[in-house]
Ligand binder design. Structure first.
Ligand code: G4P
Length: 283
């Protein structure tokens, strides 16, 4: 499968983020726990140099729990503060304030030495499209937050969400664009829905998904659809049969079956799965 994808506004987004990053102390980077590396844009490491960093393994409810732990260790070994969360349900979010204090210890100490007490940490949420940035901001900020802005010390045009006396969040998240030279990364991003479906060939994507399932989660198709064959094209036909995807003339509608299969995967109906695994990390 070959994915040709050139996101627009790339340079503009990067320029905007460079400006916003000047205003903050802490970057909260969301990655998708099912593809924690493929859903990162490593440019953030250059953009965020000298800033405190937290990595959130978001959508951890959709990822394989065994690998959530492995990825947490992987990012910790790279020096990040890490937390697995489910922004949709709010699970894991309570621990964030503690981890923010930990990640910003140096800044808080520095302020204290200069006699600045209780200046809130200013944070910005970043991540690729669809990773859950808005969901995270809404759940984390909740209803209790108050928006601040256009007051002395606050750059005009930027809205800050005051979460508590020690943390403020820039209310617009920073959008990173997915980056891939490697087609395998593109396919994984397509599977999780981070690439515009309109440019994708869904039946090819479904075949890629079936190959992955056969290799890494071999019982899933049997359990969900009662499928026992192992040829990927036959499997797609079986999915069409199991889900009654028929086109005019009684033929199987393989595009419809592909869409249903991909949706089942994306919504977690096939079970919790991780698409990539950390190489052994040095500790
Ligand atoms: P973005 O701002 O980074 O582009 O992402 P956004 O918050 O819009 O989230 C994209 C989709 O991911 C939404 O689903 C959202 O509900 C879902 N989502 C975000 N965080 C989590 C999580 O931790 N777990 C799960 N399971 N889903 C999450 P949607 O289908 O677009 O909307 P909806 O049907 O959920 O309303």
């Amino acid at each position: 499968m070959n994915i040709q994808w050139y996101p627009g506004h790339m340079t503009k987004a990067k320029r905007a983020m460079k400006e916003d990053i000047k205003l903050i102390d802490l970057i909260i980077e969301l990655v998708d726990a099912r593809v924690p590396l493929s859903s990162r844009n490593p440019d953030i490491d250059d953009l965020g140099v000298n800033k405190a960093r937290i990595v959130l393994l978001n959508k951890s409810d959709l990822a394989d729990e065994r690998f959530n732990k492995a990825w947490t260790e992987y990012f910790e070994a790279q020096g990040f503060h890490v937390l697995k969360v489910n922004s949709k349900s709010g699970s894991g979010l309570k621990q964030i304030n503690g981890i923010v204090q930990e990640a910003c210890k140096e800044k808080i100490e520095r302020d204290r030495r200069r006699g600045i007490l209780n200046r809130p940490v200013r944070a910005m949420v970043v991540g690729i499209p669809n990773v859950g940035k808005s969901t995270f901001i809404n759940s984390f900020a909740g209803k209790a937050c108050t928006k601040t802005g256009n007051k002395p010390g606050v750059t005009k045009g930027n809205q800050w969400i005051r979460l508590n006396k020690s943390l403020e969040l820039l209310d617009t998240p920073g959008i990173l664009w997915p980056r891939f030279e490697d087609q395998k990364v593109g396919v994984k991003l397509a599977m999780i829905g981070s690439i515009n479906d309109q440019i994708l060939n869904k039946d090819e994507l479904a075949i890629e998904l079936i190959r992955f399932l056969n290799r890494d989660y071999p019982n899933v198709l049997l359990n969900r659809y009662g499928i026992e064959v192992d040829n990927e094209f036959k499997i797609l036909e079986e999915v069409a049969k199991a889900r009654s995807c028929l086109a005019k003339g009684g033929e199987f509608d393989l595009i419809k079956a592909s869409n249903l299969l991909i949706d089942d995967f994306r919504n977690g109906k096939l079970g919790r799965m991780t698409l990539e695994f950390p190489k052994k990390t040095e500790k």
